[in-house]
Write a protein that binds this ligand. Structure first.
Ligand code: GLA
Length: 393
């Protein structure tokens, strides 16, 4: 997104705020979305992940009120959500849609700090919604940043990430791991986040935009069923872990086991659970190889790990779909593409390709042709850059 486009978006948010609430917003904040390079579905299994915050995300214009009314508006919807502290439900309600994310964070602040002030809030962003780039985590993190600033609660970035994660997990009810909220809250310019989710421990690893670019490829296939499928995967991994603990050895996370442990437990596990566990355990090797490659600037090797990760998520974890498979295959067939995989939870949404700088439009054109021929759909393409962390504007 260019500076002018960003300014236009910010102006639209301020105008809407003025129209809805009759005044200019007091403060404005931003939090980025993310793509995950390797480490698919490892965060809730106590494994390692390698997300990169992108130069797109969610903005909020906010004013703290003197009473306890909460008014929430999204730039791309007409509806205004109006509640008071007393009517905020204790758990997210499906009818509240996206508003559950800020409400979950507001609820978390109330539980921790006892503060229950009202807010006027207008959200807007430049991430395709529900496409695997973590627009929900960006909404949560930007809300956490805003409430923290108005309340002067002084939480550090990790605490804000944990509050945001609690909103998704405890309030909205997606049994996800910590990756998306940490990726957004802890992002640093020019770096990806190597996150050891069991700690949590993390390190920022440089990503060289002169050597490698990230092309995001949107299948436009909606992921509406993903919450159920996602929670199923979490449950299957928990059962596989339980079997390993009972039959082989007691380790704290599924991602902590070795391939030889899995072989030893194979006869005690049904075939589906075995494949789920095999994805998790082998993905740990791919991420170790991928991080080592990134540290020495070997984007070709990193790309190979993306390809292998995609295969494993498709075959063993079954979170891909024909659209994502065709799209990533078409990308890999192009010269100058280091590797490609689905990003986010899968089940539709976006894939990413790591590519040599300067070839984005050629790859987009070729992949777009294949996709159109196969599915009759115009796929979306965009070059993403490493983003900054969350900020007050
Ligand atoms: C979603 C979840 C994350 C993570 C990914 C899969 O984005 O929110 O916590 O589990 O899927 O890697």
């Amino acid at each position: 997104m260019t500076g002018t486009e960003r300014q236009r978006l910010l102006d639209a948010i301020s105008e809407r705020f003025l129209r809805e609430f009759g005044a200019q917003p007091a403060r404005r904040f931003f939090a980025p979305g993310r793509v995950n390079l390797v480490g698919a579905h490892l965060d809730y299994n106590g494994g390692d992940v390698l997300p990169m915050a992108v130069d797109r995300g969610v903005y909020v214009a906010a004013t703290m009120r003197d009473d306890d009314r909460i008014r929430l508006v999204s730039l791309d919807q007409n509806r205004t959500f109006e509640l008071t502290a007393g009517t905020v439900p204790p758990r997210g309600e499906p009818g509240n849609g996206w508003a559950n994310y800020p409400l979950g964070v507001w609820h978390g602040f109330r539980a921790r700090t006892g503060r229950a002030r009202g807010f006027d809030l207008v959200y807007g962003g430049d991430l395709p919604m529900a496409s695997g780039l973590s627009s929900s985590a960006a909404i949560e993190v930007v809300s956490a940043l805003a409430f923290d600033a108005f309340y002067h609660s002084g939480y550090d970035r990790q605490q804000l990430a944990l509050l945001a994660h609690r909103a998704e997990n405890g309030y909205v009810g997606l049994r996800c791991g910590i990756m998306d909220q940490f990726a957004s809250a802890l992002a640093q310019p020019g770096h990806v986040l190597w996150l050891h989710c069991a700690g949590p421990r993390f390190e920022h690893v440089p990503f060289d935009g002169q050597k490698c670019e990230v092309l995001v490829m949107d299948t436009k296939k909606s992921r509406s069923l993903s919450k159920t499928h996602f929670n199923d995967r979490v449950a299957q991994c928990a059962t596989a872990h339980e079997t390993l603990r009972n039959h082989v050895r007691d380790l704290p996370h599924l991602a902590s086991y070795e391939p030889s442990d899995l072989e030893a437990a194979q006869s005690a596990m049904d075939e589906l659970l075995f494949r789920r566990a095999r994805h998790v355990i082998t993905e740990m090797t791919r991420i170790a190889t991928g991080v080592a490659a990134l540290r020495r600037g070997d984007y070709r090797e990193l790309g190979r790990q993306l390809d292998a990760s995609h295969r494993s998520t498709a075959i063993d974890y079954e979170v891909s779909c024909r659209e994502l498979d065709v799209m990533t295959d078409a990308a890999r067939a192009q010269s100058g593409v280091f590797g490609a995989r689905l990003t986010g939870a899968g089940f539709g949404g976006c894939a990413i390709a790591l590519i040599e700088p300067g070839i984005g439009s050629r790859v987009a054109e070729q992949v777009g042709k294949v996709f159109l021929r196969e599915f009759g759909v115009e796929a979306g393409f965009d070059l993403l850059r490493v983003g900054t962390g969350p900020v007050e504007l």
